[in-house]
Ligand binder design. Sequence first.
Ligand SMILES: [Zn+2]
Length: 135
Amino acid sequence: MPSPCLRGMMGGVDDTLLFDARARVLADLVARHQATPAAVSVLEDAVSDRKWWAEQWPEGAAYVAGLVAQDVQDALFETVGRWPICLSCDDAPVHALYIQPDLGGPDPMWVCEETGEPVAALGLLSSPGPAAPRG
Ligand SMILES: [Zn+2]
């Protein structure tokens, strides 16, 4: 029976996983100029919530990064609005990107809400997307 006094010592969760999730979501906040102190604080909260979650369900490791991204997206929607905005569609009204798979992983991708097309892997929004010919 694990004692609460041993928390931090018992968890089988690899902290690298949480650092990776945090780094990827932070990179995408920075990529879209949303890395405000408030957003980073939301991110820290999401990471610590998911750390607890991953401790309960170690097999869920593959989903952590995508779930953290979804948590931050939901929290920002309440305050600053949509993040991240799709920049791929020229003609559509402003719309967001969503994490696919919906479960958060494995291999979470940002997907356009309108077209369902993948835009970038989580953490890589700052990279030029797949070179779609324009015009
Ligand atoms: Zn779009």
